[in-house]
Design a protein around this ligand. Structure first.
Ligand SMILES: Nc1ncnc2c1ncn2[C@@H]1O[C@H](COP(=O)(O)OP(=O)(O)OP(=O)(O)O)[C@@H](O)[C@H]1O
Ligand SMILES: [Mg+2]
Length: 483
C-alpha cells in the first residue's frame, strides 16, 4: 500500500529568503525507539511501512520521502530579551503532509544534522531530550492543549558530544506549521516589504481562514494571534505547565505549544517556580508566563507595523490598541478555566477571589497543585494536600455554598471538574524515571507513562501511581536546554 506520503509543499513556493533547501546527513545505524501509531493513522501514513527498514531510513534523515522538499526555515528571535538571527540549526522540514481529512501538517526532523543556520552547533540532538519532547508533547495533546505532536524518535547509533558523550537521536515532529513570531521578526528585519506581506497573507490562508471581509486583513491576523496566545497560555497556567524558554522563536503563530526543551509541570504551587537551569533570573517562571506572552506578542505586533497602516505613527497606535486587549483576554480565559476546575457553570463576581484564596492556601502550605484540584474533584477532602491546614475548612464551606447556588446538580458539577482537572500529569520524577530506563534500553516504563498520559482525565485507579508526589525531592528539580 505504500507509505501514504501526500506532500504539498506550500512553504517552498514562498520567497526563498524564508528558507534554505538542504541536503541530508545520513546517520550510521538508525533504530526506532518509539513510534506513534495513532498519529501516523491520522496523518494517513502507514505505521508498518514507516517502521520497516526503508521507513527507518526516512525517519533518520537518511532518505528523503517521495514528494518532500527538505529545507531549513529561516527565523530570528529574542532569546531572553536579546535579538538574534537563528533559523533551523538542527531541524529539517520534509514538507507538508496532506491528511485524508485534507488537513496540512509539517513533517520535520529535529536533530537531523547541520544546516546553513547551524552557527557553531553540530545540528544534532540527544536521545534523552528528544524522548522528553515526545513525552511532553503527547501529554499536552492528551490534556487537550494545542501542541506540536511527535510521530517517532529514532536513535542514530552515533554519539554526540556535549558535557559527556550522549546517544544521538532524531525526533519526527508534526506541527500545523513552524511559523514563529521569530519568522516574522526575521522578515521584518531582513526581508522586503513584499516578503512580509506574502508571509502574513500565507499565514492567514494557512491558519486563520475564517477571515471576514475586512479592509485590513493584517490587523485581523494580529487580533487572532493575540487571542490564540491568550487562550493557550491560560491553558498552560491552568494545568501548571512551565514552558521554560518562551523566547519569540519558540512562540508559534498557529497557537500551538512548541519546543519542549527545559519545560516541566509544577508540582508544589508557587508562582515563582522555575525549572530551567539557564533561567537564572526567573524570566520565564510560572507566574511570569502571561506577561512574557504579552512581551512576545508586542514583538510580533512590531513586525507587522509596516502592514497595519501607511502612516507609521498610526500603525503603531493600531498595534498598541490590539496588544492592550491581551491581558483582559488572558484573564477571561483563565477565569473561565478556573471556574470549570471548581465545577462552576455560571459566573459570580466573587469567583476570582474564591480561586485566588485557594491558590493562596496552596502557596502558604506548599501544596501540590494537581492533587489539590483532583481531591476537590473526587470530593475526598481527607486526601487533599490542604487537609487540616488553617483556612481550608472555611474555604471548602464557601466553595460548597457557591456550588449549591447554581442550577446544575452536584453530579454535573463533578463531571465538569473531572473534565477540567487532570488526575495524571507528567510528573518530573516519572519523566526522569522513564528517560533513564529508555536510555538504558528498557522502553516499558516510557510506554506505560505514555499510556497514562494519553487519558489524563480518567479517574479510574489504573494509573494511580502517577498521582503520587515523592515524599522528598532529593534536590530542586532542574531541566536543561538545547542538548
Ligand atoms: N545542536 C545544535 N546545532 C545547531 N543549532 C542548534 C543546536 N541546538 C540548538 N540549535 C539552534 O539554536 C536555536 C535555539 O535553540 P532552541 O533550543 O530554542 O531550539 P530547538 O530546540 O533546537 O528547536 P525548536 O524551537 O525547533 O524546537 C535554534 O535556532 C536551533 O536550531
Ligand atoms: Mg526553539
Amino acid at each position: 500500500m505504500g507509505f501514504g506520503w501526500n506532500f504539498d509543499n506550500s512553504y517552498a513556493r514562498l520567497s526563498d529568503t524564508l528558507y534554505a533547501s538542504v541536503g541530508l546527513h545520513p546517520v550510521s545505524d538508525p533504530k526506532i525507539v518509539i513510534f506513534n501509531e495513532m498519529l501516523a493513522k491520522e496523518l494517513g501514513l502507514s505505521s508498518d511501512e514507516l517502521q520497516s527498514e526503508e521507513g527507518v531510513q526516512i525517519l533518520a534523515g537518511n532518505k528523503a520521502p517521495e514528494g518532500s522538499f527538505p529545507m531549513a526555515q529561516a527565523y530570528a528571535g529574542h532569546q531572553f530579551g536579546y535579538f538574534t538571527m537563528l533559523g533551523d540549526g538542527r531541524a529539517l522540514l520534509y514538507g507538508e503532509q496532506m491528511t485524508p481529512e485534507n488537513e496540512r501538517f509539517d513533517i520535520q526532523l529535529k536533530g537531523a544534522g547541520r544546516t546553513p543556520f547551524s552557527r557553531g552547533g553540530d545540528g544534532r540532538a540527544a536521545l534523552g531530550p528528544m524522548l522528553r519532547e515526545y513525552i511532553i508533547s503527547e501529554a499536552m495533546h492528551g490534556l487537550g492543549i494545542p501542541t506540536t505532536r511527535s510521530l517517532a524518535v529514532v536513535s542514530t547509533g552515533e554519539k554526540i558530544i556535549r558535557e559527556t558523550d550522549l546517544p544521538g537521536a532524531i525526533l519526527t515532529r508534526v506541527a500545523s506549521s513552524h511559523i514563529r513570531v521569530g519568522t516574522f521578526q526575521y522578515v521584518a528585519n531582513w526581508g522586503s516589504f513584499e516578503d512580509l506581506q506574502s508571509l502574513a497573507s500565507y499565514t492567514i490562508i494557512r491558519h486563520y481562514t475564517d477571515i471576514p471581509n475586512s479592509d485590513n486583513q493584517y490587523l485581523y491576523l494580529l487580533q487572532e494571534v493575540i487571542k490564540k496566545q491568550a487562550e493557550l497560555i491560560a491553558k498552560w497556567q491552568l494545568v501548571g505547565f512551565i514552558h521554560g524558554v518562551m523566547n519569540t522563536d519558540n512562540m508559534a503563530i498557529s497557537g500551538e505549544s512548541i519546543d519542549f526543551g527545559p519545560c516541566a509541570f509544577m508540582d508544589t504551587y508557587h508562582p515563582e517556580t522555575v525549572f530551567s537551569s539557564i533561567d537564572t533570573k526567573g524570566r520565564y517562571a510560572y507566574g511570569n508566563q502571561p506577561k512574557m506572552g504579552l512581551w512576545n506578542l508586542a514583538r510580533f505586533a512590531e513586525s507587522l507595523v509596516p502592514l497595519l497602516d501607511d502612516d507609521e505613527d498610526k500603525a503603531i497606535e493600531i498595534a498598541q490598541g490590539q496588544i492592550s486587549q491581551y491581558m483582559g483576554q488572558f484573564e477571561k480565559y483563565w477565569l473561565d478555566g478556573m471556574r470549570a476546575k471548581l465545577g462552576l457553570f455560571d459566573q459570580e463576581d466573587q469567583d476570582k477571589e474564591l480561586a485566588d484564596e485557594l491558590l493562596d492556601l496552596m502557596e502558604k502550605n506548599q501544596a501540590d497543585y494537581t492533587n489539590t484540584f483532583s481531591a476537590l474533584t473526587i470530593g475526598q477532602h481527607e486526601k487533599s494536600p490542604l487537609q487540616g491546614k488553617d483556612g481550608f475548612e472555611e474555604w471548602l464551606q464557601k466553595w460548597e455554598l457557591r456550588r449549591s447556588r447554581q442550577t446544575q446538580s452536584i453530579e454535573e458539577s463533578t463531571e465538569l471538574m473531572k473534565n477540567s482537572n487532570p488526575s495524571v500529569i507528567p510528573r518530573n520524577h516519572r519523566v526522569e524515571e522513564a528517560l533513564d530506563a529508555a536510555v538504558n534500553g528498557d522502553l516499558s516504563v516510557l510506554e506505560r507513562l505514555l499510556a497514562a498520559l494519553a487519558d489524563p482525565y480518567d479517574y479510574s485507579s489504573e494509573y494511580e501511581e502517577y498521582c503520587i508526589v515523592p515524599e522528598t525531592q532529593k534536590r530542586p528539580y532542574r531541566t536543561f536546554c538545547g542538548t
